[in-house]
Design a protein around this ligand. Structure first.
Ligand SMILES: NC(=O)c1ccc[n+]([C@@H]2O[C@H](COP(=O)([O-])OP(=O)(O)OC[C@H]3O[C@@H](n4cnc5c(N)ncnc54)[C@H](OP(=O)(O)O)[C@@H]3O)[C@@H](O)[C@H]2O)c1
Length: 277
């Protein structure tokens, strides 16, 4: 089902063009363990059963809990499953997401992710966000060094501008960017266009606006006509928006997971796309 919208290249990997953002299976505020650990395992396993072969996570989700849950539920991993994680943010408390782009931190973060995910190499390691306190090139240089050491297969960026993407690409090959993007927040349109031009993947975070997009009257009207849900139309719009797009909707619910993945089968008409702008 998630392959109904075709596949997309992430470096030399090819994955179905609807992935899964695992962040939501942590406790509230992406802090601590979920109330029901077995239920979290079930959602993660269900995603694989339904054909998802691209999972997005990060060491800061939980922190650590999200990666641990993925390994508990899915290790040994099925062939072809890409687990993309991220490093570069600290969680001193449940409401803080503080950048730490120091090479010493990034090296420790990667080692922690490798251990928790039970991997020797991360297939897509994304730098979670630039740290204004650390020279940009210093952080990217440290990641490039870890890639040369064989611990990272492909490097991705998150929360970057077009200028930062260009600067990173002068230091190391970059195969993806993950920025906030959805029907109601298109502020990363320039980065999306750049990814399309470069032939690299764009992963929209908050693809449903964390649920906020689903209140749109326009969306609901199109959904009702298609016999679909607002979430499905919001995801189908993302897929139609660019061939670089790799949505990673997040949910802790198996029902929402099935609903979201089924959006890969929906093709919006030119009129629908025009109505959504
Ligand atoms: N790089 C970054 O800085 C960054 C930041 C944020 C997120 N991310 C990544 O991006 C992924 C996606 O973002 P997200 O999970 O925050 O936001 P999202 O996908 O836009 O929305 C998830 C929210 O919408 C609800 N939802 C999901 N499917 C639904 C449906 N079919 N109907 C109604 N409600 C639905 C979920 O609740 P239920 O659990 O009840 O379904 C959850 O509260 C994350 O999982 C994470 O991997 C990255």
């Amino acid at each position: 089902m998630p392959g109904a919208a075709g596949t997309i290249r992430v470096g030399d990997l090819r994955v179905n063009r609807m992935g899964y953002g695992a962040m939501r299976v942590c406790g509230p505020d992406v802090w601590g363990p979920p109330k029901d650990r077995a239920a979290a395992h079930r959602v993660l396993r269900r995603a694989v059963e339904l054909g998802v072969n691209f999972f997005d996570t990060a060491d800061s989700y939980g922190p650590h809990v999200n990666e641990e849950l993925i390994a508990e539920a899915l290790y040994p991993y099925p062939d072809g499953l890409v687990i993309a994680t991220k490093g570069g943010l600290l969680r001193p408390h449940r409401h803080a997401w503080d950048p730490d782009g120091r090479p010493i931190h990034l090296r420790g973060a990667l080692e922690g992710s490798l251990k928790r995910l039970k991997l020797e190499c991360i297939e897509l390691y994304q730098w979670h966000a630039p740290d204004p306190k650390v020279p940009f090139a210093e952080s990217v240089g440290a990641l490039a060094e870890m890639q040369r050491a064989g611990k990272i297969r492909h490097l991705g960026l998150s929360n970057v501008s077009v200028r930062q993407l260009a600067e990173a690409r002068r230091i190391a090959p970059i195969v993806s960017v993950q920025n906030r993007y959805n029907l109601e927040d298109r502020s990363a349109d320039d980065v999306l266009a750049e990814c399309e031009k470069l032939g690299i993947a764009f992963l929209p975070w908050f693809p449903l606006g964390a649920g906020g997009c689903l209140k749109s009257a326009k969306l609901k009207k199109i959904a009702a006509r298609l016999g679909a849900t607002a979430a499905q139309v919001a995801l189908a719009w993302l897929i139609a928006r660019s061939k670089a797009m790799l949505p990673i909707p997040g949910t802790a619910s198996s029902a929402h997971l099935e609903e979201n993945l089924a959006a890969a089968k929906i093709t919006l008409s030119a009129d629908d796309l025009a109505a959504l702008g």
